[in-house]
Design a protein around this ligand. Structure first.
Ligand SMILES: Nc1ncnc2c1ncn2[C@@H]1O[C@H](COP(=O)(O)OP(=O)(O)OP(=O)(O)O)[C@@H](O)[C@H]1O
Length: 605
C-alpha cells in the first residue's frame, strides 16, 4: 500500500469520527465546536471551564486543600524504594469530550452476559464501589465495556482507565496515570494538590472534579502506594465541592465521592517495584469489603472455548500446582508446529529482555536473508547541554541510540501515542515502508539521522498496526504514521522524593514539549522513533491480550506462577501454542499464598 493511500485512509477515518461525534452532539442537543478552527474551539471550551469554576469558592478550596494535604501526607511505607517502571509521560493532559463519551445502545447480536458478569453490572449500576476478578479470559474487560455502557446510559460521567497503555486500548480508555495527571506518581500529595490548582493544570482538575465513576482495569499491577495516593488526591481535590460528607450508604467519601469500578486478576502479574498487593491496602479493604454486594468472581473462561484441557492446566498453574495430566499437555505443546503464515503472526513471549532482544535480532537477520530487503539503522539525534559530559551517560532505559528496522519487521510502540486510537505503549504492528523527504513536513523537522543506502531521503517509517480485538470481538485497524519521540534526562526542580535525577520520556507528534512537561533543567534530549522490534516481547507487554499463535519460553518464570500463568493464558488453544523450557520451570512454579488466600475468600462469597 502506498503512503498516499495510507494518508487517505487516515483522513477518511478522521472524517468518520468527526461525523459520529457531530451526530452524537446533535442527538444530545449539545452545540458543536466543529465548525470553529481547532484553537478557537478550544478557547470556547476553556471559557466554559472558567465559568464552571465559579461554582467553587477558590480561596476556601485552596485552604481546605492545603489543610487536607497536611492531614493526609502519605508516608513512603515499605514501597519507598519503588523503581521508575513506567517510562513515558502523557503526551497531552487535555480534557476531551471523549473522556465522557456517549456509547451506542446495546446490540441484540452481542454475546449475552453470564450470570456472574450480570451481577457485576447490577452492582455497578446500583452506585456501589465494585471490584471484580476472574481467571484470564473470563471476560473482565468485556464486562467492563458493558458496565461503562450501562453507567453512561444512566447519564453518569465515566472515566475509563487501565494500569497500562495496552490494557487501556482494549477498553477504549487511557492510562490511569494519564487520567489522574500524576505521571509516575512519585511526588507527595501536597505537590499534586497544589499543582492541580494552578491554571496550567485546569484540565486535570476538571477531570477530578467532574468524574462520577472511575473505572480501572488490570489492577493487579497497581501499587498500594499509587492507589492510596489517588484516593487521597480524589478526596483533596473534591473537598471544596463535597466536604467530607458520607455517601448514600453511610460510607466516608473515598475518592471524594467518585464511584470506583476495579477489575483485574491477582493471579496474573504483580505490580513492578512493589511487594505489596493491592488487596492488602486498608483503603482497598474499606472500599471493597469481601461481600457479594461489592465483589464478584467470574469463574468461566471464554478465551479457551472448546479446549477444556488447556483450561484445566491453566487453572492448576494459577494455583501453582500442576497435575500429571497438565504436565503431559504442556509437554506435547513443546512440539507444536506452525505453517509459514502462522509463524509470521506468532507472538514469542519471554521473561527477560535480553532473550527478547536476541530473538528479535535473529528474526531481523532471517527476514533480510529471506526477502533480500535492507536493514535500516535509525540513529538518534542527541542534543546534550554544554555543561554536560560528552558522550552523555544515557540511562539504560533511554531509547536506543540505534534502532534497526526493515520492511515487514514486526515492531512495538514504546509510549502511549493515542490510546483512544489503539496506539499505546505495547501496541504491535508491521513496518510497511519508509517515508521520504518532502512527503511530510513534521518528519523533516524532527526526524533523526539515518544511515545506509538512500539515507538522505529516508526520513520516516510507516507502520500498519494490528487490529485490536475489543471485548466484543470487533476489530479496529489502525495505520499509523510514526511521530517522533523526545527522550529527556531532566534534573527536576524539586529534586524528587529521592533527590535523584528523573528520566522522563516524553512524546509529541510535533516534537514540541507540552506545558506540563516543562519542569526541571534539561540535561540532554534524544530524538528517536518510539519503536522497537517485536516478533518477541516480554510477558509484561502481553498482559490483557489474546494471542492466536503463541510461543512461550518459560525460562525465568520459576517461583512466579503469575508470570507463567499470564504467559500461557494468552493462548486460545493448546494446538496453537508452543511451550519451551517447560520441564525445568514447572517443578518450581509456586503461586503467591496471599493470592491463593484472597481467591479462596472470594470463592466462598
Ligand atoms: N459472555 C460472553 N460471551 C461470549 N464471549 C465472551 C463473553 N465474555 C467474554 N467473552 C470473550 O472472551 C474473550 C476474553 O475476554 P476478556 O479479554 O474480556 O477477558 P479478561 O478476563 O479481561 O482476560 P485477561 O485477564 O487475560 O485480561 C474475549 O474474546 C471476549 O469477547
Amino acid at each position: 500500500m502506498g503512503f498516499k493511500t495510507l494518508e487517505l485512509a487516515e483522513l477518511e477515518r478522521d472524517k468518520a469520527r468527526a461525523r459520529q461525534q457531530r451526530a452524537r452532539q446533535e442527538d444530545s442537543g449539545e452545540e458543536s465546536g466543529d465548525d470553529l478552527p481547532q484553537t478557537q474551539a478550544r478557547e470556547v471550551f476553556e471559557e466554559v471551564e472558567e465559568d464552571d469554576e465559579g461554582e467553587y469558592d477558590d480561596d476556601a478550596t485552596m485552604n481546605l486543600l492545603s489543610q487536607q494535604a497536611e492531614d493526609m501526607e502519605l508516608s513512603q511505607g515499605e514501597d519507598g524504594d519503588e523503581t521508575v517502571a513506567i517510562r513515558w509521560a502523557p503526551i497531552t493532559q487535555s480534557f476531551s469530550s471523549q473522556d465522557f463519551m456517549d456509547v451506542e445502545e446495546p446490540d441484540a447480536k452481542k454475546p449475552t452476559l453470564s450470570a456472574d458478569q450480570q451481577r457485576a453490572v447490577d452492582i455497578a449500576v446500583s452506585g456501589r464501589h465494585l471490584f471484580f476478578t476472574g481467571v484470564a479470559g473470563a471476560g473482565k474487560s468485556f464486562t467492563l465495556e458493558r458496565i461503562i455502557g450501562a453507567l453512561r446510559a444512566q447519564g453518569k460521567r465515566v472515566a475509563v482507565t487501565a494500569t497500562t497503555g495496552v490494557a487501556a486500548t482494549v477498553i477504549n480508555g487511557r492510562t490511569v496515570h494519564s487520567w489522574a495527571g500524576v505521571r509516575l506518581g512519585l511526588q507527595d500529595l501536597g505537590f499534586f494538590l497544589t499543582m492541580f490548582n494552578d491554571k496550567q493544570h485546569r484540565n486535570v482538575r476538571r477531570r477530578w472534579l467532574e468524574t462520577d465513576v472511575l473505572v480501572i482495569d488490570e489492577v493487579s499491577m497497581l501499587t498500594v502506594k499509587l492507589f492510596e495516593k489517588l484516593e487521597a488526591i480524589g478526596r483533596g481535590m473534591r473537598a471544596g465541592k463535597r466536604g467530607t460528607q458520607l455517601d448514600l450508604f453511610g460510607n466516608r467519601c473515598e475518592f471524594g465521592g467518585i464511584q470506583l469500578i476495579m477489575s483485574g486478576d491477582f493471579a496474573q502479574l504483580p505490580p513492578v517495584g512493589s511487594k505489596r498487593l493491592l488487596f492488602e491496602s486498608r483503603v482497598f479493604q474499606d472500599m471493597f469489603p469481601m461481600a457479594p454486594s461489592n465483589c464478584v468472581l467470574l469463574r468461566k473462561s471464554f478465551r479457551q472455548v472448546g479446549d477444556d484441557g488447556l483450561k484445566g492446566v491453566l487453572d492448576e498453574i494459577r494455583l501453582g500446582n500442576v497435575s500429571e495430566t497438565g504436565r503431559r499437555l504442556l509437554n506435547e505443546c513443546q512440539f507444536t508446529t506452525f505453517g509459514k503464515e502462522e509463524e509470521e503472526r506468532c507472538a514469542y513471549l519471554y521473561a527477560f529482555n535480553k532473550d527478547v532482544e536476541r530473538r528479535n535480532r535473529e528474526r531481523l537477520q532471517e527476514l533480510k536473508q529471506k526477502t533480500g530487503g535492507e536493514i535500516v539503522t535509525m540513529a538518534s539525534r542527541d542534543v546534550i547541554e554544554d555543561d554536560q559530559p560528552k558522550p552523555f551517560p544515557w540511562p539504560s532505559d533511554a531509547w536506543p541510540q540505534e534502532l534497526q528496522v526493515a520492511v515487514d519487521a514486526r515492531v512495538m510502540l514504546l509510549y502511549n501515542v493515542d490510546v483512544e486510537r489503539k496506539l499505546a505503549n505495547g501496541s504491535r504492528g508491521t513496518v510497511v515502508g519508509f517515508v521520504r523527504r518532502g512527503e511530510t513536513v513534521a518528519v523533516e523537522m524532527y526526524g533523526p539521522v539515518q544511515r545506509g543506502e538512500d539515507a538522505e531521503k529516508r526520513v520516516g517509517v510507516t507502520v500498519s498496526f494490528d487490529p485490536v480485538e475489543k471485548g466484543e470481538s470487533e476489530v479496529v485497524e489502525t495505520i499509523f504514521h510514526c511521530p517522533f519521540v523526545v527522550s529527556k534526562v531532566l534534573r527536576p526542580e524539586d529534586e524528587g522524593e529521592k533527590g535523584d535525577e528523573i528520566v522522563t520520556m516524553t512524546g509529541s507528534e510535533s516534537g514540541e514539549e507540552s506545558e506540563e512537561e516543562r519542569e526541571g533543567e534539561t540535561l540532554a534530549t534524544r530524538y528517536q522513533f518510539p519503536l522497537r522490534l517485536a516478533w518477541a516481547m516480554t510477558i509484561h507487554k502481553a498482559q490483557g491480550q489474546s494471542c492466536p499463535y503463541l510461543e512461550v519460553n518459560l525460562n525465568g518464570c520459576g517461583m512466579n506462577a503469575g508470570q507463567a500463568y499470564t504467559a500461557l493464558s494468552r493462548a486460545t488453544s493448546a494446538k496453537t501454542m508452543r511451550v519451551k523450557s517447560f520441564h525445568k520451570v514447572i517443578e518450581q512454579v509456586r503461586a503467591d499464598p496471599r493470592v491463593i488466600n484472597f481467591l479462596r475468600q472470594l470463592e466462598r462469597l
